[in-house]
Design a protein around this ligand. Structure first.
Ligand SMILES: NC(=O)c1ccc[n+]([C@@H]2O[C@H](COP(=O)([O-])OP(=O)(O)OC[C@H]3O[C@@H](n4cnc5c(N)ncnc54)[C@H](O)[C@@H]3O)[C@@H](O)[C@H]2O)c1
Length: 361
């Protein structure tokens, strides 16, 4: 049974279909509805190993594989892909298809938006995080030096195809990572997601191997993202709400050199930003306990203590900052948020101290 949500971007007069399918094989029919000179499929080596037969069955003219992992979002890896496309003389009328997680989606999005000033792109996200977050909204990007996503574009795909069947091969840590973003939507935009709080605390595998429930959570999350992106595609203000947990989360991710999957750092970041929300707006700290229980249940422990000053210094490079002040999304209550709250370093130092006590206790 096919099902769709549309991301309607009025200014660009684009209505992007987000297509939900149950069987991976249905992807072929969707690709067949496009005209193109060459079909260029991009993936990573791990996803290719797992889905080799399916990817080959799409009969790509060219297949380009990145190494798996965040290192593929480097400028060198971007240039290598561009070199490949030039060498094969691929023209603007090709169709690019990104099959993989957020790393493949982000780097291929950047390649597609810059190669010959733009080639049409289809996202086929294969991780939970890329289904509910990175494939939706058109942000592309690569990392530069030690800073995340410092170079990028806004570039909308022609179509996004969501097939939860891919989740069956995803390791638990990656499921938990996607759950981090889903919980973020629950705290900021759709409290009904938190109705499943108790199940989140039990076994994340269990939830996402229940196809009906997985589809329901994925759709609710995508709806949250679609609504925000439709109102604020280029992140002038409202879209910032999607960054809840990300200011501290990204800084920890950089500091710990991507030790955990992205969404796990977002859970940690939400804990710190909830502590700050409590200090400023009296936000209910029982929500922090809920996140801690999820981390404990899944044996997530930071490997060693962090240097607070270094974390603050990394936060200062966050793209969301304006005029070098550190800005965050804070919560007064569940789904009652404050955007662009400017935080001074002394308060941040105190927040990180409290955070440290909680996560290392
Ligand atoms: N563009 C955006 O709006 C946006 C939003 C959030 C995150 N991101 C970016 O997304 C990236 C993280 O994405 P991610 O969490 O999907 O990580 P990822 O792409 O690195 O994938 C995680 C791992 O899972 C493997 N994998 C992918 N699909 C699989 C499957 N079906 N079965 C088994 N293994 C599979 C990958 O090979 C990789 O090893 C980060 O770089 C982050 O900055 C971008």
């Amino acid at each position: 049974m096919e099902d769709r949500i549309y991301l309607n971007l009025k200014r660009e007069e684009k209505n992007i279909p987000i297509v939900f399918i149950e069987r991976i094989e249905e992807i072929r029919e969707h690709l067949a509805s496009f005209n193109y000179t060459d079909l260029v499929i991009f993936s990573d080596k791990l996803v290719y190993r797992l889905y080799k037969d399916f990817i080959e069955s799409l009969k790509p003219t060219y297949l380009y594989l990145f190494d798996e992992g965040e290192e593929s979002k480097s400028i060198e890896s971007y240039l290598k892909a561009i070199d490949y496309l030039l060498e094969k003389n691929i023209d603007r009328k090709a169709l690019f298809v990104a099959i993989g997680g957020g790393v493949v989606g982000d780097v291929v999005g950047f390649v597609a938006s810059t190669y010959k000033r733009g080639v049409r792109l289809i996202h086929i996200p294969t991780t939970l995080l890329s289904m509910v977050d990175s494939s939706i909204g058109g942000k592309t990007g690569i990392n530069y030096k030690s800073y995340k996503n410092q170079i990028g574009t806004f570039y909308q795909p022609e179509m996004i195809i969501i097939c939860p069947k891919f989740l069956e091969t995803l390791p638990k840590s990656e499921i938990l990572s996607g759950l981090g973003e889903i919980i973020k939507y629950g705290f900021t935009l759709d409290r009904s997601i938190l109705g499943m709080k108790e199940r989140f605390e039990k076994d994340v595998f269990d939830i996402f191997h229940d196809r009906m429930l997985a589809m329901q959570l994925i759709k609710k999350s995508i709806n949250c993202k679609v609504k925000i992106v439709e109102k604020d595609e280029k992140e002038s203000l409202l879209r910032e709400v999607l960054n809840f947990g990300h200011t501290v989360g990204h800084a920890l991710e950089t500091y710990y050199n991507y030790y955990f999957s992205h969404g796990i750092f977002i859970i940690l970041g939400m804990i710190a930003e909830m502590i700050l929300s409590n200090m400023i707006f009296n936000f209910d700290l029982s929500n922090v306990d809920f996140l801690i229980r999820i981390l404990e249940k899944n044996n997530i422990k930071l490997p060693q203590k962090f240097d607070k000053n270094q974390i603050i210094s990394i936060m200062k490079h966050d793209k969301k900052n304006i005029n070098a002040s550190i800005r965050m999304v804070l919560l007064k209550d569940v789904c009652d948020y404050v955007l662009g709250y400017e935080v001074n370093e002394d308060i941040l130092y105190e927040v990180l101290g409290r955070f440290e006590k909680i996560v290392f206790s």
